[in-house]
Design a protein around this ligand. Structure first.
Ligand code: GLN
Length: 553
């Protein structure tokens, strides 16, 4: 029978609940269990796809094309769990289904209420991941205990435990022990209140994971145990990690969290914990052989979470190539005001990520121009590919007015235009070209070099595409159409032949990178940047290189 772990949060938000869930999943998987991960978000949007990254950070896209919470990115980076649209439910998605059923007459005769109708629907969402093959489903509850909007979810998991039997469910509560400098100690009172609040709802946590700056001693552990009614060895100390979030599972394992979970849920595991590969990866993070400067030119640059998967993917490529990524975050609008040379003059590689709308677009185009003209390795992702196409059209093809119809509906040269199937779509939610699609790679291209194969599947999230009417002119003038969707002949990858490394992709490779398996394109980009760094040091640079010559510096 499938067992369930519910992870709630208390005291404050942003405690790293997503990372903790991912770490728990990683440890259980390492012990030989098959796990599934899921996030329940109490906000009313049906999914985060319609929210600004400033509100919610990046939108993470699953293989089956769901626009989801960025915590799912942590789940996929830490584990091998396959994530789908059933892995993220919001209040909006739950209510939409209940209201649909009400209109269809499914509840004919009844008054439709939060209990039982909404709570039943939440329980169905949790059960949707239950198949015979899965040993443990880890469900993270977004928000903080005490929020009005969290209540139906907490009530649903309380009922759920009753229905499947308390022995088959584990409640983990994550809290904060704030450190008060004046008294020189971490305080337990907010944690006590948070647990009291949970118990009021009918949930007694089995395991408490306490986030703290400095850790705590046995006396503190005993105190938390006593006041929160949680056994001493189930009070886990999750101290701030020094180097990387990938240390979190190791820290939790050192305190026996995996054993705790396994014995409390009476799980049978075929394997003891083996963190050899994981620890080797952490060692590489701790002792890089040099660094490489990568500029990310975007419009949500102030908020780290807005480009979470991109930054993680760069780090993964850094780990694989034993370099630290020295990230230079550049606000696209500043490139217009201050000039590309001033902001990008000392970087080894330039990346323009995805985005929507026209703010910052001209700055991104200037960044592309600088990369193209100066031979700086360039990696364009989604909108970053589209601006590279616009820049090439304007500068190389001489089409001064070239643009995307997203930015200029009446441009004379719409080199990027709306996908055919998008013409009639007016609704904004969940209507883009989303999820995994095939891309066939052109022989001898940088992309094919990097992937080492002829066809790949990558995830998408866009409405606009390369306008095939311009394809021939691009190819005749030094651009390489390096990847195409074989079913619909959509351009997926554009490169520039006479350049050290210039690759723009219509898809989002950052959703498939892992700390122990760099993404091939991020890897090749970082190696190209390392090559540039070394060539600059030696006074050379700028000449075209193939990836073999970029192998391990
Ligand atoms: N706004 C562009 C489009 O919709 C790019 C999308 C993106 O970068 N994710 O096609």
């Amino acid at each position: 029978m499938t067992k369930h772990i519910f992870v709630t949060g208390g005291v404050v938000s942003s405690l790293g609940k997503g990372i903790t869930c991912a770490a728990v999943g990683m440890l259980l998987e390492n012990r030989g269990l098959k796990i599934a991960l899921q996030k329940l978000d109490p906000y009313i949007n049906v999914d985060p796809g319609t929210m600004s990254p400033y509100q919610h950070g990046e939108v993470y896209v699953t293989e089956d094309g769901a626009e989801t919470d960025l915590d799912l990115g942590h789940y996929e980076r830490f584990t091998d769990a396959v994530l789908s649209k059933d892995c993220n439910y919001t209040t909006g998605k739950i209510y939409r289904e209940v209201i649909r059923k009400e209109r269809a007459g499914d509840y004919l005769g009844s008054t439709v209420q939060v209990v039982p109708h909404i709570t039943d629907e939440i329980k169905a969402a949790i059960r949707s991941l239950d198949d015979d093959a899965t040993d443990v489903i880890i469900t993270e509850l977004g928000g903080t205990v005490g929020d009005i909007e969290s209540l139906p979810f907490l009530e649903a998991i309380r009922q759920f435990a009753l229905e499947v039997g308390r022995a088959n469910v584990l409640f983990i509560h994550l809290t904060l022990l704030p450190y008060l400098r004046a008294s020189g100690e971490a305080k337990t009172k907010p944690t006590q209140h948070s647990v009291a609040k949970l118990r009021e709802i009918g949930i007694q946590p089995d395991i408490l994971i306490c986030r703290s700056e400095q850790g705590f001693d046995e006396g503190m552990r005993a105190k938390i145990s006593l006041f929160c009614n949680v056994e001493k060895d189930a009070v886990i100390d999750e101290m701030d990690v020094e180097h990387t979030i990938y240390q979190v599972p190791v820290e939790l394992a050192e305190q026996g969290l995996d054993d705790q979970i396994i014995s409390r849920l009476r799980l049978e595991t075929p394997k003891p914990l083996d963190l050899t590969a994981w620890n080797a990866m952490i060692e590489r993070v701790k002792s890089p052989k040099g660094s490489v400067r990568i500029a990310v030119v975007g419009k949500y640059i102030e908020l780290h979470d807005a480009y979470k998967s991109i930054y993680e993917s760069l780090d993964h490529a850094g780990i694989a190539n034993e370099v630290a990524i020295d990230l230079v975050k550049v606000q696209a609008e500043d490139v217009v005001d201050r000039g590309a040379a001033a902001l990008l003059g000392d970087v080894d590689g330039i990346l323009v990520p995805g985005g929507f709308g026209d703010r910052g677009i001209e700055g991104k185009i200037l960044a592309v121009r600088y990369a193209r003209e100066q031979g700086v390795p360039y990696f364009g992702i989604c909108l970053g590919m589209q601006v590279a196409v616009i820049e090439f059209a304007r500068s190389v093809l001489g089409l001064e007015d070239a643009n995307s119809t997203e930015m200029d509906l009446v441009t004379r040269d719409p080199v990027i235009s709306l996908l055919d199937e998008q013409q009639q779509i007016t609704d904004k939610g969940g209507t883009m070209r989303l999820g995994g699609y095939k891309c066939r790679l052109g022989e001898g291209t940088r992309a094919a070099d990097a992937y080492g194969r002829a066809e790949v599947v990558e995830r998408h999230r866009h409405r606009y595409e390369f306008n095939n009417a311009y394809r021939q002119r691009f190819e005749e003038n030094g651009a390489v159409i390096a990847g195409v969707n074989p079913d619909r002949d959509l351009v997926e990858i554009v490169e520039i032949a006479d350049h050290p490394w210039f690759v723009g992709v219509q898809f989002h490779p950052e959703f498939k990178s892992k700390p122990i398996a760099e993404h091939p394109l991020f890897g090749a980009f970082v190696r190209a940047a390392m090559h540039r760094r070394d060539a600059e040091k030696n006074g050379a640079g700028g000449e075209a290189v193939n990836d073999e010559r970029l192998e391990r510096v």
